[in-house]
Ligand binder design. Structure first.
Ligand SMILES: CC(C)(COP(=O)(O)OP(=O)(O)OC[C@H]1O[C@@H](n2cnc3c(N)ncnc32)[C@H](O)[C@@H]1OP(=O)(O)O)[C@@H](O)C(=O)NCCC(=O)NCCS
Length: 152
């Protein structure tokens, strides 16, 4: 477990660090700097960051749709050098809390079928696999759909 880990709402000042993590961690389907900046400020998304001392070590992005009680994890990423120390789990917890606070009763996500590490994170945290979508990603990769009921 990490020490001095804070999970907080993202600010525009975090943009450089979040962009660097996004582009170092994902090989395709990266969110552009402009998209990340927009997601930090629009009401239809909530972004949280993990901060350890002065460093941003991960981020998660949650999306909401008007009239829907399903929150959606758009992205979660942890700095490679800081992976495997509980940061991802803490970001996932905070994402679920953000969705719950917005009145969501369920939380949904897609994950690459060839990403066992992320799949393990979701399965260990109460997510149920609902199905598979072939050709979901830019490179033709398949996605697994997961969902979790958020407690009242
Ligand atoms: C997936 C990711 C967010 C997990 O973050 P993390 O900080 O490494 O995860 P945590 O340390 O909180 O670990 C949570 C769980 O993930 C799994 N996990 C973590 N490190 C792992 C490893 N080296 N091998 C296999 N599973 C691992 C385990 O199930 C772990 O639970 P445990 O600690 O009870 O065993 C991170 O690895 C990452 O950014 N990956 C690249 C981006 C990505 O794939 N995002 C998901 C897109 S859907």
């Amino acid at each position: 477990m990490t020490t001095e880990l804070t999970i907080r709402k993202a600010h525009l000042d975090d943009l450089d660090a979040v962009e660097a993590i996004e582009w170092s961690v994902f090989d395709s389907d990266q969110l552009s700097r402009a998209s990340l900046r927009r997601y930090m400020s629009v009401p239809s998304t909530a972004m949280v960051v993990a901060q350890e001392r002065a460093d941003i070590t991960g981020y998660a992005l949650v999306g909401f749709r008007k009239g829907s009680k399903i929150g959606r994890l758009y992205s979660i990423a942890v700095d490679k050098a800081r992976a495997g120390r509980g940061v991802g789990r803490a970001l996932l917890d905070a994402s679920e809390t953000a969705a719950h606070e917005r009145g969501c009763t369920r939380f949904a996500l897609e994950v690459r079928a060839d990403n066992p590490r992320a799949i393990a994170l979701y399965e260990k945290n109460g997510y149920e696999m609902l199905g598979r979508e072939d050709e979901w990603y830019e490179d033709g990769g398949a996605a697994l759909r997961f969902e979790k009921k958020l407690v009242d």
